[in-house]
Design a protein around this ligand. Sequence first.
Ligand SMILES: Nc1ncnc2c1ncn2[C@@H]1O[C@H](COP(=O)(O)OP(=O)(O)OP(=O)(O)O)[C@@H](O)[C@H]1O
Ligand SMILES: [Mg+2]
Length: 408
Amino acid sequence: MNNCERKTLALMTSLLNNADACRGNFYDSLLENLSTILKFNFAGVYFINDDEFYRVSQRTNDDIIPLVLDKELSKKIIECENHTYETQIDDSNYGFLTISKLLIKNSLYGLILLKSKAKYSESELSSFAAFCAIASYLIKDYELNDVYKMQLKALQDAIAEKNSAYEVIEKQHKKLIELDKTKNAFLANISHELRTPLNAIIGFSQALGCKIFGELNPKQEEYIKDIQISSLHLLGMINEILDLSKIESKAMKASLMELDPGVVIQEAINILTPLSEQKSISVNFINTCKGNIISDYQKLQQILYNLLSNAIKFTPDNGKIEIRISNENKDFILEVQDNGVGIDKKYHNKIFTKFVHLNNIYVKNQSSTGLGLTITKELVKLLKGKITLESTVNKGTTFKVVLKGALI
Ligand SMILES: Nc1ncnc2c1ncn2[C@@H]1O[C@H](COP(=O)(O)OP(=O)(O)OP(=O)(O)O)[C@@H](O)[C@H]1O
Ligand SMILES: [Mg+2]
């Protein structure tokens, strides 16, 4: 083994064992390593694209070597069967071009070109070929590594972006939950503050209306009725807001006790009498329930209040409403039937959704928040019951509430 071959072998071993030594400016250090085994006055690394070789790196500033090798030379190199190719050049720096192909599994992707004053010996040529064989793999490894790094970075960036988006969403979600809590607390508070004076208005106007404190002239009687009706509407709305905020904050609990359902329902009917009288609607109550029930007094009244106020609202003047309570074995059944506008079948589920009210003249002319049935459904659920309806447009509607096993 001559000196050049020994040096080449040492260099190749060191390159292979220590491929990272060539990182930094990879091509510069590759050509610098080459200069330790061969003398040249120019060395360049070229890649192929569309049968043309373009330079990606060079050592020395010999500008006579063009950036892109001419087509004729490129063709000769591609067609040459050997891995190395030599040619003499005829320029002012008279000399030789020695080229070795960069191949991966016989597929050509570039070359290393050397320009030297003297022709290389056989052993120098084989050292150059051996160097290029190693360099072929090192260059591809470097490039793949670079692509891999780029992909890794893109992936890391995407993950970071996703994570920060998640963080923002999570923060906003927490904020919304906090806001919702504040809103519910505020509504519960304000509803309570509004209800207290309103109950006084309703109570005193009813006392005046009953003429406990003496006779009223016709105008006074008319206005007292107006006060009662308006305050009942207002109380209904405030109760809905209060109930909804309680339901949404899961603060609503059933307080169960033994009840005579006839008494509870009659009381709720009495509260709404001014509303049905205003529209000359008859309200008939039929009680065939045999026995007391275990339920929540206020919730049951609220359920009837919501269903009856709807029946009154969506039934024309001089209409008919029938309220029935009964039992089937241990199940308690409450039905509210009207002969009003009715509800198209396609809306039967929708009407239980918050703020939904259907387009009809009654909604336009009267207060309609669209919360009553949402709350009713939640109340019925709280009492472990079910609510259903049967309705025919322009004929009327029947809402049916079944409280399973409520009878004692
Ligand atoms: N008995 C009924 N007859 C015809 N339509 C009804 C009847 N009950 C409810 N609806 C329809 O269902 C909708 C929702 O009823 P819900 O009680 O939830 O709201 P609302 O009565 O409009 O307003 P709120 O009860 O909040 O004052 C009503 O707007 C109405 O369109
Ligand atoms: Mg309603």
